[in-house]
Design a protein around this ligand. Structure first.
Ligand code: 5GP
Ligand code: MG
Length: 508
C-alpha cells in the first residue's frame, strides 16, 4: 500500500506536495518522493524513510514548478526495501514521463518478458511500477504520430495499459510539456479522489489516494475516479475525463475501510469513520453470541485504528469504554543491532498499560484486525501482566486467511496467523480466553451501511476470491518463493527489520 498525489496549480507545488505527503504518511513509511515540472523539465527527489527525513530545505528548493506528483511507499509483494525502487519513476521516451503508483500488478513477470523480447525496453528494478510506466510509454509510442500528443491519444494509451496490466493500480503521471494524467484500474481496487481549488488566478486540480489530503490542502472534493476512468489535466488546467476500460466494475479493497485509510477520509462515498462505527455495532452483535455480556467488565481499544469500532461496540453492549493502552507517539528510529531481541520489545515501547483498567477485571480488547498475530499475542500478554482476570479479544474484521496481491504487505500464507487455522486455534495462539471475529457479510454490510450504492468489494484477504480473475495458485506460490527465497540479503536481519517496521508502524 502506498500514497499518491498529483497537482496542477497556479503557483509552486513543492510545499503543497510535501504537506500532502505528510497526511498520507500512514499509507507508507518506507520511502518517499516528489517530482515537479517547470518549462518541460522534471525535478525529482526521493529516498528511503519517512517524509520528514527524506526532504531537507535544499531538496525542497530544488523542486520548482506548478505541476508535480508525489509518492510514499509501503513495501508490497515482490518489492524489497531497495532505494532504487523509490518512486516516482522516470522514462525519457517517447515523452518525458514520471509516474507514481499505488497497488500491485499481478502479471509483472509476463509484462517484463514482453518488455525485453518485444517492446525492447529495459527494466532496471524489480518494481512492478517501473513495468507499468514502461507499458504506458510503449502504448504512447505505438500511438503517437509525429511529435505532438493529443488527449485522445493519451486516453487510448491508457486503454492499452488496462488491456495489458492486471492487478491493482491507482496511478498519477506527469507528461513533460503536456500535463498530468491519473487513472484507476478497471476494478477500482485502490482509491483515488479528485479535488479542486478556486483561486483568483483560476482553478487548481489535485488527485490523491485519500480525501484527507484534499481537506488539509484546502481543496474540495470533485469526485472519486471511477474504476477504469482516466483524468487528464492539461497545461491550461482544463479537465478531461474518459472511461478507458472495456468492462469496468467497482470492487474497492475492503481493507482500506478496516485499517489502511485514515478515519477522516471518505472513499467511494464511504466515510471511513462511519464504516468503522458500523463495524463496531455489528461486532457487538456477534460478541453477545459468544460471550455473556455480564462476563465482561470493560471494553478497551487497541490504539488507534480500532477506536471508533470499540467505542460503538461498548455503547451497544452498555459496557464501559476505557483507555487501557497508551501509545508513545514519539518513537524514533530503532537501530537494528544483530542479536538483539528488538522485535518483542518494539510493541512494549509503543504501548503501555494503564494498570487500574486491567487489575482484577475481565476485559474485552478490540482491534481492527488480526494479521500476523504477533502484536495481538503481545497485547494479550500485557493485559494479563497488568492484572486482568480474563482477556477476551474481538476483531472488527474477519480472520485474514489469504495473501493480498493488490498492494498490501501480506503476501504469504505462512505469515498469516489465521491461514489454515480455526478460530479457536487462533484464540489459543494469541492466548485469549475467547476470540470473536466479525463475519465477512457483516463487514460488507457495515461498509455498505455508509454507502448503499457499493455493490462489490475486493475481500480477497478474507475469502480468497481475487476480483481480477487472474490470480492462480502458481502465482501465489511464486510470490511466496520470491519473498522467502531472496538469498542475496542477510535474511535474519532483514526479516527482523521488516517485522520491526511492521510493529512500529502499525496504526496512524
Ligand atoms: P497482528 O496481531 O497481526 O500482529 O497485528 C494486528 C495489528 O496490525 C492491528 O492492530 C492492525 O491495526 C495492524 N495492521 C493491520 N494491517 C497492517 C498492515 O498492513 N501494516 C501494519 N503496519 N499494521 C497492520
Ligand atoms: Mg492497530
Amino acid at each position: 500500500m502506498c500514497g499518491i498525489l498529483g497537482v496542477v496549480a497556479v503557483g509552486p507545488v513543492n510545499q503543497l506536495l510535501y504537506d500532502g505527503l505528510m497526511v498520507l504518511q500512514h499509507r507508507g513509511q518506507d520511502a518517499a518522493g516528489i517530482a515537479t515540472s517547470r518549462d518541460n523539465a522534471f525535478f525529482m527527489h526521493k529516498g528511503r524513510g519517512m517524509v520528514r527525513d527524506v526532504f531537507r530545505t535544499r531538496n525542497m528548493r530544488a523542486l520548482p514548478g506548478n505541476m508535480g506528483i508525489a509518492h510514499c511507499r509501503y513495501p508490497t509483494a515482490g518489492s524489497h526495501s531497495d532505494s532504487a525502487e523509490s518512486q516516482p519513476f522516470y522514462v525519457n521516451s517517447p515523452f518525458g514521463l514520471v509516474l507514481a503508483h499505488n497497488g500491485n500488478l499481478t502479471n509483472t513477470t509476463q509484462l517484463q518478458e514482453r518488455m525485453f523480447h518485444q517492446d525492447l525496453r529495459h527494466i532496471n528494478t524489480n518494481s512492478d511500477s517501473e513495468v507499468l510506466l514502461n507499458v504506458l510509454a510503449h502504448e504512447l509510442q505505438e500511438l503517437a504520430k509525429g511529435v505532438q500528443l493529443d488527449v485522445d491519444t493519451i486516453f487510448t494509451a491508457v486503454s492499452g495499459v488496462f488491456r495489458r496490466c492486471k492487478g491493482a493500480y491507482a496511478v498519477v503521471v506527469m507528461i513533460a510539456g503536456y500535463g498530468m494524467l491519473a487513472f484507476r484500474d478497471p476494478f477500482g481496487i485502490r482509491p483515488i479522489v479528485v479535488g479542486v481549488n478556486e483561486t483568483d488566478a483560476g482553478k487548481e486540480y489535485l488527485v490523491a489516494s485519500e480525501s484527507v489530503a484534499l481537506d488539509t490542502l484546502g481543496f474540495s472534493v470533485l469526485r472519486d475516479l471511477a474504476p477504469g476512468e482516466a483524468l487528464f489535466v492539461d497545461m491550461e488546467r482544463r479537465l478531461h475525463f474518459r472511461q478507458c476500460a472495456d468492462k469496468p466494475l467497482l470492487a474497492p479493497c475492503i481493507f482500506e475501510y478496516v485499517y489502511l485509510a485514515r478515519p477522516d477520509s471518505v472513499i467511494d462515498g464511504v466515510s471511513v469513520y462511519e464504516a468503522r462505527l458500523l463495524m463496531g455495532e455489528r461486532l457487538a452483535d456477534k460478541v453477545v453470541k459468544q460471550i455473556p455480556v455480564e462476563d465482561i467488565d470493560v471494553v478497551i481499544p487497541i490504539p488507534d485504528s480500532s477506536r471508533p469500532s470499540a467505542m460503538q461496540l461498548a455503547q451497544r453492549l452498555g459496557l464501559p469504554y476505557r483507555e487501557g493502552f497508551v501509545r508513545n507517539r514519539y518513537i524514533g528510529r530503532t537501530f537494528i543491532m544483530p542479536g538483539q531481541a528488538v522485535r518483542k520489545q518494539s510493541v512494549r515501547q509503543k504501548l503501555n498499560t494503564v494498570a487500574q483498567e486491567f487489575k482484577g477485571k475481565r476485559v474485552l480488547l478490540v482491534d481492527d484486525s488480526i494479521v500476523r498475530g504477533t502484536t495481538s499475542r503481545e497485547i494479550v500478554e500485557m493485559a494479563r501482566a497488568a492484572g486482568a482476570h480474563k482477556v477476551y479479544f474481538a476483531s472488527a474484521a474477519p480472520p485474514v486467511r489469504y495473501p493480498n496481491v493488490y498492494g498490501i504487505d501480506m503476501p504469504t500464507r505462512s505469515e498469516l496467523i489465521a491461514s489454515g487455522k480455526s478460530e479457536s486455534e487462533i484464540a489459543r495462539e494469541i492466548g485469549a480466553d475467547a476470540l470473536v471475529f466479525q463475519d465477512l457479510e457483516s463487514l460488507k454490510a457495515a461498509v455498505r451501511g455508509a454507502n448503499p450504492g457499493l455493490m462489490q468489494f475486493d475481500c480477497s484477504c478474507f475469502d480468497g476470491i481475487y476480483v481480477t480473475g487472474d490470480v492462480t495458485e502458481e502465482y501465489l506460490d511464486s510470490v511466496e518463493k520470491q519473498r522467502t527465497g531472496n538469498t542475496d540479503a542477510p535474511i535474519a536481519d532483514e526479516g527482523d527489520s521488516r517485522q520491526l517496521a511492521l510493529n512500529l508502524d502499525m496504526d496512524n
